[in-house]
Design a protein around this ligand. Structure first.
Ligand SMILES: [Zn+2]
Ligand SMILES: [Zn+2]
Ligand SMILES: [Zn+2]
Length: 342
């Protein structure tokens, strides 16, 4: 089988799910239309932004005149800490099942500046953001009822971000969400079968193969995973085996800041626009277990396919069957590598 020509399925060993790859549909190496990099039109401060320093938020609270990062409980939280974790099984047949989900939702502003992004902030400006993530993960994970802490960023109106001000969210929940649950099972099974870590092994393979590797530094590595679904999907892994940010050593926050800056700045060059994406960290569940199987990583899922305006839709066969892609992970990696920002 020729991976560059023949339709095939690829396995995602982290979730045990498949992706259909149809490389013959994208035989031309590059079909992307690159727009001229538009000047940032956002002001440094926006009087109408509910995240800018000193401004009033919708819930009535007023932001302090913060100068670095700023954390607050989401005024429109999807979860509430006081919810009872009660389970309901209407008629007792396991067909109408519901469970109360206590949780905490927070917002983290990356910077007081309305017009910056991870791609345009300096590494020195990103470092306090990483430290804030570390503090929040530790504090929320230490709460008895919280078993999982999801830190994620939705960037760009295309991803449904309601505000361009650089920020991310944290949803901390009493149950393990769907995606981490699949990854926990797969990593656990791999460890049990091989006595090794799935992602430690995977990183070794990708470093040998080189084809999908994008960049790395002392702490972290970025690559297009073999099983990528989204056109320019990126997986970021710690190079050392660690389960969460709680295991970060002295230089890790700086190394992660560097890597995130380079990944996001490279993204912005693909179509000459601020690249929309959803990104988030997958860290070990915050229960009482040590989780030797879990390897710290982050996923970047950008929706753009061919140009600044042509996005990939997960419809039809993908909705009813299996996700599918045309441009191979190898071609996407080649394109990204050619644009890497130093
Ligand atoms: Zn703002
Ligand atoms: Zn590992
Ligand atoms: Zn993951």
């Amino acid at each position: 089988m020729r991976l560059t020509e023949d339709p095939h399925r690829r396995l995602n060993p982290l979730t045990n799910e498949w992706v259909l790859v149809s490389p013959h549909r994208a035989t031309r190496p590059w079909q992307g239309e690159v727009a001229q990099l538009r000047a940032n039109t956002e002001p440094a401060y926006d009087a109408n932004c509910y995240l800018c320093p000193g401004n009033a938020r919708a819930g009535g609270a007023r932001n302090p005149a913060y100068t670095s990062t700023f954390v607050f409980d989401n005024d429109f939280a999807a979860l509430k800490p006081g919810t009872a974790p009660e389970r309901l099984d209407i008629e007792g047949l396991g067909l109408l099942v519901a469970q109360g989900e206590p949780g905490i939702c927070r917002v983290i502003c990356f910077s007081p500046r309305h017009d910056l992004t991870l791609a345009t902030m300096t590494v020195e400006q990103i470092e306090p953001v990483v430290h804030t993530w570390m503090e929040q993960f530790r504090a929320l994970g230490a709460i008895e009822t919280i078993k999982h802490v999801q830190i994620f960023e939705n960037r760009g109106a295309m991803m449904g971000a309601s505000n361009p001000h650089p920020h991310c969210q944290i949803w901390a929940t009493a149950s393990l969400p769907v995606e981490p649950r699949k990854e926990l099972a797969a990593q656990h099974a791999y460890l049990r079968a091989t006595h090794r870590c799935l992602l430690c092994d995977y990183i070794e393979v990708e470093r040998r193969q080189q084809e999908r590797l994008l960049l790395e530094n002392d702490g972290f590595i970025a690559l297009v995973p073999f099983w990528a679904v989204w056109p320019f999907e990126i997986l970021v892994c710690s190079r050392r085996h660690m389960a969460s940010m709680n295991d970060f050593k002295q230089d890790d926050a700086c190394a992660l800041s560097h890597l995130l800056h380079r990944v996001t700045a490279t993204y912005d060059k693909v179509f000459g626009v601020a690249f929309p994406y959803s990104m988030g960290f997958h860290q070990m569940p915050t229960d009482s277990d040590g989780h030797p199987e879990w390897h710290f990583h982050a996923h970047f899922y950008p929706p753009l396919l061919r140009s600044a305006t042509v996005r990939k839709f997960m419809v039809g066969f993908e909705m009813l069957g299996t996700p599918q892609r045309d441009i191979t992970a190898e071609l996407a990696a080649e394109k990204l590598r050619s644009l890497i920002v130093l």
